[in-house]
Design a protein around this ligand. Structure first.
Ligand SMILES: *[C@@H]1O[C@H](CO)[C@@H](O)[C@H](O)[C@H]1NC(C)=O
Ligand SMILES: *[C@@H]1O[C@H](CO)[C@@H](O)[C@H](O)[C@H]1NC(C)=O
Ligand SMILES: *[C@@H]1O[C@H](CO)[C@@H](O)[C@H](O)[C@H]1NC(C)=O
Length: 410
């Protein structure tokens, strides 16, 4: 056969196949839906045992009836308002210059004319306490900055978060990836008013834990869902780490040293302080009351309020993260936000394993959480930064230091 014969046949065949697929993809009518659903129901009823239920009266007790609730892990969380300094050392360590003399000036140096807030903004953050009296705060690792306390659980656990809203606005705690237990009194994430308390219960089934190609733990986030976008830009997000069974020490909330020696959690994000609940307060703090006729829509002013940060720090103002040569470091990466939050987390001086792939740069989009494993081998001080040029130049960068195990200077 030659082309003259083949071509019409091919055209004919493709028309037939287009028609067939158009027929197959015609919109499902509700009766079709019903038909398909009935089949599914039938299959489930006849081939699968009914899912056993867990009794809420047996918390902490392993029962033989169905999936057991393992340990109940209690956390005591608050939201608190604070005046947060994105550049507490008052120095641009990325370029090795005074904040005044670098790119950092726009974002971090206060001025009345033109109006610039500087590095200090009123924000809200999650913090943890030792018990329900909310009298003793658990010290917050300083590198975590604005990021909330790490909540840890292993597969099979139940996490119980007693939340007290110590801020002046409605907030809540809403987790990704785990199962919020149905609560008659509050829709998951519903606002808790200032001064009020609420107890959240989250179950951690297998589907919340590491998958077949994951390492032994992975990170989700918890956020405030009262006003999701503005709560986030105000500072409310924290990490929720889920381990495979048997990796958390009984009774205490830290992992055994089975699979890694150290954990680090970072979030890369552009906090738009113009979208925080506290813009007015931040302006007032900076001696720039809105009554002074500040043009809130001025493009440069708006840009000056976008903070390209890692854990609430810009221009390497986070104290360097300390890693030990040859140790096993598990690094959890998070990003939330908007179109601008397309980040490429990049390590100088080390490579990582992520899902079996060797990478020194990992792409993060809003709402993606990744777990990277690295064994640092090259002592010295290195950059960990977002590789998007604009973000790096605007300060989304921190140092980490690899300490030599043989006492060498670097
Ligand atoms: C930065 O500039 C401001 C005002 O121009 C000045 O008050 C401040 O001392 C300068 N800071 C540094 C570190 O040079
Ligand atoms: C806070 O939440 C309460 C209770 O849901 C609601 O009545 C109130 O309007 C909320 N306040 C704001 C400022 O959203
Ligand atoms: C800044 O935020 C305020 C408050 O949300 C909003 O009204 C205003 O439109 C924002 N400015 C711009 C230029 O988007």
């Amino acid at each position: 056969m030659n082309f003259r014969v083949l071509l019409p046949i091919a055209v004919l065949l493709s028309i037939v196949s287009i028609q067939t697929s158009a027929q197959q993809s015609r919109p499902l009518t509700s009766s079709l839906y019903r038909q398909r659903f009935t089949k599914t129901l039938h299959r489930l009823q006849h081939h699968q045992q009914p899912t056993p239920t867990t009794s809420t009266h047996n918390l902490g007790v392993t029962t033989s009836a169905g999936p057991s609730v393992g340990r109940v892990r209690d956390y005591f969380l608050t939201v608190e308002e604070l005046d947060w300094n994105y550049a507490p050392t008052k120095w641009d360590h990325l370029y090795g210059k005074s904040l005044n003399d670098s790119m950092a000036a726009l974002y971090t140096v206060h001025s009345l004319n033109p109006p610039r807030v500087g590095a200090v903004y009123r924000k809200a953050a999650y913090r943890a306490y030792t018990d329900a009296s909310f009298r003793m705060r658990i010290s917050h690792d300083s590198y975590l900055g604005t990021l909330g306390p790490v909540i840890r659980a292993e597969v099979g656990d139940r996490v119980r978060v007693r939340f007290r809203n110590m801020a002046s606005r409605n907030y809540s705690v809403y987790p990704y990836g785990v199962v919020s237990r149905y609560d008659r009194s509050k829709k998951a994430g519903a606002p808790i008013t200032p001064g009020e308390e609420h107890v959240y219960e989250w179950d951690i089934p297998d589907r919340s834990g590491p998958g077949p190609k994951d390492p032994s733990s992975l990170v989700w986030a918890y956020v405030s869902d009262a006003n999701p976008t503005r709560d986030l830009h105000s500072g409310l997000v924290g990490p929720l780490i889920v381990y495979k069974r048997g990796l958390l020490e009984p009774g205490i909330l830290y992992p055994t040293k089975q699979d890694f020696d150290q954990e680090i959690v970072t979030i890369m994000m552009v906090n738009d302080e113009n979208r925080s609940h506290y813009l007015t307060q931040s302006l007032a703090l900076a001696g720039l009351p809105t009554s002074a006729g500040i043009d809130l829509t001025d493009a440069t002013f708006r840009e000056s309020n976008r903070m390209y940060n890692v854990n609430g720090f810009v221009f390497n103002n986070m104290e360097p993260l300390m890693l030990v040569q040859g140790s096993r470091v598990r690094w959890y990466l998070m990003t939330l936000g908007d179109e601008i939050d397309i980040h490429t987390a990049h390590w100088h001086g080390a490579t990582t394993l992520i899902g079996g792939h060797r990478l020194d740069t990992v792409e993060l989009l809003p709402g993606t959480f990744r777990t990277a494993d690295l064994v640092p081998d090259n002592p010295g001080q290195w950059l960990f930064h977002c590789h998007v040029s604009k973000h790096m130049m605007a300060g989304m960068s921190v140092f980490y230091q690899i300490l030599s195990t043989n006492g060498e200077e670097w």
